[in-house]
Design a protein around this ligand. Sequence first.
Ligand code: ADP
Ligand code: MG
Length: 557
Amino acid sequence: MAKKQFKAESKRLLEMMINSIYTQKEIFLRELISNASDAIDKMYYKALSDDKLEFNREDYYIKITADKAARTLTITDTGIGMTKEELDNNLGVIAKSGSLSFKTENESKDGHDIIGQFGVGFYSAFMVADVVTVTSRAFGSDEAHRWQSTGAEGYTIEPAEKAAPGTEIVLKIKENTEEEKYDEFLEEYRLKAIVKKYSDFIRYPIKMEVTTHKPKDGEEGEFEEVREEQTVNSMVPIWRKNRSELKDEDYESFYRDKRYGFDTPLKHIHLSVDGAVNYNSILFIPSSTPFDYYTKEYEKGLELYSNGVLIMEKCGDLLPDYFGFVKGMVDSADLSLNISRELLQHDRQLKLIAKNIKNRIKSQLQKLLKDEREKYDTFYKAFGRQLKFGVYSDYGMNKEDLQDLLMFYSSKEKKSVTLDEYVSRMPEEQKYIYYAAGESVERLEKLPQTELVADKGYEILYFTDDIDEFAVKMLMNYKEKEFRNVSGGDLGIEETETKDEAEESSHKDLFDAMKDVLGDKVKLVRASKRLKSHPVCLSSEGEVTIEMEKTLKAMPG
Ligand code: ADP
Ligand code: MG
């Protein structure tokens, strides 16, 4: 039986596509710039395979011009251009990508920097324009053609004049309506910001004519308006540069430019990974806690780029919650993008990258702890609480990753120590890792229950953060040593100076009287073998300590 071809109501399809695949109108500029960059790349690849052709970088650029009075925005490139047939095929057939064909034909050469693949990005221009006019002259031809369309109604192609090869796209920007505003796409500062946001790392200059204020010659304090052409994008992504050429300051200014934070980062991690999935990444460990860090408003995530073009501003899946403080970016050509380029089709590559990144962060933090303790202390002050939450959450699934990064204040060292340091100092006969929980170090220093353990010469960890004890309960033990609260039950210490049973019973009347007075406030009053210089202490039995009880009571229920 003869197969029938699907027919599509192309008018409807185009409308649907234009209005539903993108969440933000501003990305039309990203799409048109990406196409212009691809067109220049094609010239570059052509030159690679053709000895007679020279590729002079200065000749290749993208230019954006806004004309408020005429309501037009023009994007010009000096790329490979399009013939009449190419205009017809590439701009007249939805989902036809000349760039994808170019890539597959040139697989052997390195066409991998080409961005286009879906054959729909161009139509995003109709989100902001009533009329789109494309004038193009293909490289090697002296004819030019003009393609024009108002969107769903179809398009026309006619001969045109164009002095040099390349493409010029003129958008007639829509009028503002009650609900939708379009004027911003004619504002220089806005256009500049959009270019910076998505297309900063396009490898060819993106030029824009802008108005600047310059000091007037000879006249102090006087300024004059000057029109000048500027290159808006930074072009060379720092992550593609050779690590040996980069200094700390370069990373720091990247951190500031990208507004990852207002602080100076403690450490940067620069990764170029070739493996199951290829990617470049620059990660930062900030030195101070963002003001909203421990609130619901804080959104973790890294910037995600595909071939240097921004896809997602905050990709949360790239970071585990417990490393949510890490800032930075990932660029990979291996992502399978969804057609809008705002989402990913599969997260297989992303999962691999995330796992890899997690391990790198972990090992870099361990290195910081080992080699630059002061910096680690700063880090821990800012984000230690997050690590402890990390141990406690997800049913302790991440404790292996995090336990060596934890620190607690030591009664002996009078500063924060790691569990490893604690355990390695333990005398042979010491059975447990001891801790005391309370409001502050000063208070804990005076806690009666610490005396017996301290007298033995054992170190005690002071838990002053309400999450501390919860985290440790989740760990259960460290290097096979269990944790013990000095206020808890069995401390594994021979309590030699036993006040004998007789003493207990000889004070029975006193204890009963005390219990009568205190009533429900205490469960039991009895003699303690643990006290030395203090007459009395409070203690609890069972899993939940007094400090934990306080925390639980304070939690919103
Ligand atoms: P994609 O870029 O994913 O291929 P687009 O809809 O953005 O899809 O563009 C469709 C095709 O039109 C491109 O693949 C390319 O062949 C052609 N094209 C678009 N813009 C230009 C341009 N400025 N110069 C040359 N060719 C272009
Ligand atoms: Mg495109």
